[in-house]
Design a protein around this ligand. Structure first.
Ligand code: CO
Length: 150
């Protein structure tokens, strides 16, 4: 495994609308994307951009916050919100150059990869690794978007 960029921090929330207001009004976020549904994963997501440096002059290409709200019928995020009614930090997502290579590497180390790679919120392949094999952190591994893609 070659550690890549921290692409985003997943934050579960009972209300993306309320969380967007929080990141805008309390945290001063200026680049908040439109929410969209990911029906295959039973969630609505919304990305909040952070700048690459504290001046903001480096652009808004820093690590994102991924707000995650369960769609009706979702079980895993809904269960998380039952334990954490306000929402909270849900996962970390690191980029890798090749998703299949990364999956084989984690499996060779005996880490439990949860399901086959599938298209994630950025349109590239992702998988999750079980938190019990990752120091308690649910970890998403994501193939880096190709240059120019979003
Ligand atoms: Co994510």
């Amino acid at each position: 495994m070659k550690l890549g960029r921290l692409n985003h921090i997943g934050v579960a929330t009972p209300s993306i609308a309320d969380s967007v207001a929080f990141y805008r009004d309390v945290m001063g976020a200026t680049h908040i994307h439109d929410p969209f549904d990911l029906p295959e994963q039973g969630v609505k997501v919304c990305f909040v951009d952070t700048p690459t440096d504290s001046s903001g002059l480096g652009g808004m290409n820093g690590t994102q916050i991924e707000l995650i709200e369960p769609l009706p019928g979702n079980t895993s995020i809904a269960a998380f919100l039952e334990r954490n009614p306000q929402g909270g930090q849900h996962h970390l997502c690191y980029e890798v150059p090749d998703i299949h290579v990364a999956k084989a590497e984690f499996e060779a180390l005996g880490k439990r990869v949860l399901g086959e790679p599938r298209i994630g919120a950025h349109g590239t392949l992702i998988f999750f690794v079980h938190p019990r094999d990752m120091g308690g952190v649910l970890t998403e591994i994501m193939e880096t978007p190709k240059e120019g893609a979003h």
